[in-house]
Design a protein around this ligand. Structure first.
Ligand SMILES: [Zn+2]
Ligand SMILES: [Zn+2]
Length: 354
């Protein structure tokens, strides 16, 4: 995800009307700044859409925000998670402990959570090192992973014990919320089980359009979400996360919500227009990539040559790994479209335009 200038002067809590509030929960040491956690009143108590990063400051902010809304963590009835990332799902376990709330998530992201909890760090480091090697990463980039592996593979992996959800979000179905119509819309791409949640109720300020959409990281007003690979060591199928993402964008564009309530930045109108912008952005990115592929390149070489928010030399280690994953998702898309292919001749893989 591209960093953004977060609006530091925005209030902690915003009343969006019709029993919906947003709470700005800080993400420590992250240019994204905040997660917008949403609070939805229901007939059986308040429900959270996402919870925020597992950090003491975030927890205190969440608690203060709930108090400002006239409720408390103990009163939370349920937690609906848009996707498994730690800035969304991090505090879910603590909220459940304090309140007895249920936690709902799409099955594909629940699988990621289960895998993360059970991950044997050494196997995970092996998987990452192998993947980077096949992508043509230089030895200097892979060496720290091998060193961690040799040291026993302990520690260093964040969010190893995210909470297991106890309810499944089923695409297309209404969630079981007393007095509210909240329908799950499966929007894979950013993660395999990302969901948007469509509040199928008249807009409280009478804006035209179909209700409101909690869009998670799928649709944001000023930044594009990271689209990488799904990173499943056990799955050898050639998934196409960018293709999934573009399909998911069209899906939410067709909903034509009157207002979008995203998990970062700020709420906005004009969903269909934002969808068109993002589709054009990725089309442009793919065209730029195709031009690079006049000569065969490894995913690492492609990442080095792609446009990022700063020069490649200034991109830190961890972000380079993420950038390569993003380059690979775009390369796979081009292959699926029949516009590029993998050259014969082993590893690392090289892609060329056709
Ligand atoms: Zn995310
Ligand atoms: Zn996020």
């Amino acid at each position: 995800m591209t960093p953004t200038t977060d609006d530091a002067s925005a209030p902690l809590v915003r009343d969006h009307g019709g029993g919906v509030h947003s709470l700005r929960v800080p993400i420590p040491d992250n240019p994204l700044g905040h997660t917008l956690v949403h609070l939805l009143d229901t007939g059986r108590g308040p429900v959270l859409v996402d919870t925020g990063w597992d950090d003491p400051t975030a927890w205190d902010t969440l608690s203060a925000g709930l108090a400002a809304c006239g409720t408390s963590v103990a009163e939370i009835h349920g937690v609906v998670i848009t996707h498994h990332h730690p800035d969304h799902h991090g505090l879910s376990g603590r909220v459940r402990e304090a309140s007895g709330a249920w936690i709902a998530m799409h099955a594909a992201d629940a699988t990621v959570v289960r895998r993360t909890r059970e991950a044997e760090p050494r196997l995970w480091l092996d998987y990452l090192a192998g993947k980077l090697e096949r992508a043509g990463a230089p030895e200097a980039h892979i060496a720290p992973l091998r060193a961690a592996r040799a040291a026993g593979g302990s520690g260093g992996l964040p969010g190893l014990r995210p909470a297991l959800p106890d309810r499944e979000i089923v695409p297309g179905e209404l969630l079981d919320l007393a007095g509210r119509r909240l329908r799950a819309v499966w929007t894979p791409g950013h993660t395999p089980g990302h969901v948007c949640l469509h509040l199928e109720e008249t807009h409280p300020a009478g804006r035209t359009g179909n209700g409101r959409l909690f869009s998670g990281d799928h649709l944001l007003p000023g930044i594009t979400p990271h689209i990488g690979l799904y990173e499943d060591p056990d799955d050898t199928t050639m998934t196409d996360p960018l293709g999934d993402y573009l399909d998911s964008l069209e899906r939410v564009g067709r909903l034509a919500p009157a207002e979008v309530l995203p998990a970062h930045q700020h709420s906005f109108t004009g969903a269909a227009e934002r969808v068109r912008e993002l589709l054009a952005h990725h089309e442009q990115r793919l065209a730029g990539l195709l031009a690079l592929l006049a000569e065969p390149l490894t995913p690492w070489q492609v990442a080095e040559r792609m446009e990022w928010n700063r020069p490649w030399e200034q991109i830190p280690y961890g972000s380079r790994t993420i950038a390569v994953s993003e380059a690979e998702s775009h390369l796979r898309r081009l292959v699926k479209l029949g516009r590029a292919e993998v050259t014969a001749g082993g590893e690392p893989a090289r892609y060329v335009a056709v």
